[in-house]
Design a protein around this ligand. Structure first.
Ligand SMILES: *Cc1c(COP(=O)(O)O)cnc(C)c1O
Length: 406
């Protein structure tokens, strides 16, 4: 168990070594350490620099389209017959998800540091597209490492990245998926220390990434908290978000962590069930270990070999989870639950038909949890869910499963 005393605030972490309790840290090769420390020093300065914050805010407003709306889902609420359901509409952002919030923040860091080459990893291609987008906007070359298997599975996103001017490098190591792409990006970074900025796509990796990505995504929770107070005059009873690496979730959770009356629920991909290996429930069915520079909950076998995992949603199949979530789980501030592929698919269809919103399969997992909880809650209670992305990218996956001809 965690022996360090709990801080007065759940929002004060990590410590100066990047630790959230026993999680997080900086487990990197000697050669990477100076880069990480450099980034951390620059991040400390950027946080305190009003000009940096002003540019971030301006791009958020005019390029991303912030603030995203808080939407009362009237028909879904009536159908479920319990708690009032609100969505934070991150799917309306430029490029269709929350990922752009982080990429805009990190490209400003790259600019500050005088870096002239952007590298990124991607699984399904969503972070690759967001990275290629901001690289185009700032006129910097962008190299995206993507597992060879994923390159084949996600052809439309590969095409988008190429249109945006990025170079996509297929990674054949391992199973040719996200974990291997991330390793390859780290390798590139070590060999190109002077000019290269590594844009990590979620709230994981070595310190300061988990904190930095969280702070860029926390705009979601900050806005939602204010919007909820304006709409209802009070805070929600429950906040729910889907968890892959955990960036959209920590983004909406963080501003609510010190509000004792607000329940926090993260939804992991239960895939085809937790018994076998075909899921991605790192907290619910994994164990602590070290991956990609931080200690956190992982899917691993008895020898510490990382397992591949599975989810109907490509954006949730990362075999780890950001370290802050592992800590929030261990201290009991947040609850993590699995949702199966079939439940997410049903939720996807429900939202599409009832509200005219086609959600991405990732937030469809969060929605499935909302659908379970809302009927058991009172009509005077409120659920806030992060609708992290739109489903345009998923219509072919869903159509195929439903046996629909195009
Ligand atoms: C990538 C993605 C996720 C999962 O990533 P997190 O870092 O856990 O947020 C969730 N939803 C959407 C729409 C995504 O594109």
């Amino acid at each position: 168990m965690n022996q360090t005393p709990l801080p007065n605030s759940f929002r004060s972490g990590p410590d100066e070594d990047g630790r959230f309790g026993i999680f997080g840290g900086r487990f990197v090769a000697e050669t990477l350490m100076p880069l990480i420390l450099d980034l951390q020093a620059e991040w400390e300065k950027a946080k305190a620099d009003p000009a940096f914050q002003a540019e971030l805010e301006s791009l958020g407003k005019h390029y991303i389209g912030r603030p995203s709306p808080l939407y009362f889902a009237e028909r879904l609420t009536a159908e479920l017959g319990g708690a009032k359901i609100y969505f934070k509409r991150e799917e309306l952002n430029h490029t269709g998800s929350h990922k752009i919030n982080n990429c805009i923040g990190q490209i400003l860091m790259a600019k500050r540091m005088g870096k002239t080459r952007i590298i990124a990893e991607t699984g399904a291609g969503q972070h690759g597209v967001a990275s290629a987008t901001v690289a185009a906007r700032f006129g910097l070359p962008c190299i995206v490492y993507m597992g060879a298997t994923d390159v084949e599975r996600q052809a439309p996103n590969v095409f988008r990245m190429k249109l945006l001017g990025a170079e996509v490098i297929p990674v054949t190591a391992g199973h040719g998926t996200l974990k291997d792409a991330m390793n390859e990006a780290l390798r590139d970074w070590v060999t190109n220390v002077d000019d290269t900025y590594y844009m990590i796509g979620t709230a994981a990796g070595p310190h300061p990434y988990p904190e930095m990505v969280r702070d860029f995504q926390a705009v979601i929770g900050k806005e939602a908290r204010e919007q909820m107070l304006a709409a209802e005059g009070r805070l929600p009873d429950v906040v729910i978000a889907a968890v892959g690496g955990g960036s959209n979730a920590i983004g909406i959770f963080h501003p609510f962590l010190d509000d004792a009356g607000v329940k926090i629920v993260g939804v992991e991909a239960g895939g085809k069930g937790l018994q076998g290996d075909e899921h991605c429930a790192s907290i619910t069915a994994g164990s602590p270990g070290v991956l990609h520079g931080n200690r956190t909950y992982l899917l691993q076998d008895g020898d510490g070999q990382i397992k591949e995992g599975h989810s109907i949603s490509a954006g949730l199949d990362y075999p780890g989870i950001g370290p802050e979530h592992s800590w929030l789980h261990d201290i009991g501030r947040a609850e993590y639950v699995p949702i199966m592929d079939t439940e997410a698919l049903a939720a996807f269809q429900t939202l599409t038909r009832l509200e005219g919103i086609i959600p991405a399969l990732e937030p469809a997992h969060a929605l499935a949890e909302v659908i379970k909880r809302a009927p058991k809650m009172g009509k005077d209670e409120i659920i806030l869910m992060n609708l992290s992305g739109r489903g345009d990218k998923d219509i072919f996956t869903v159509g195929k499963i439903l046996g629909m001809e195009l």
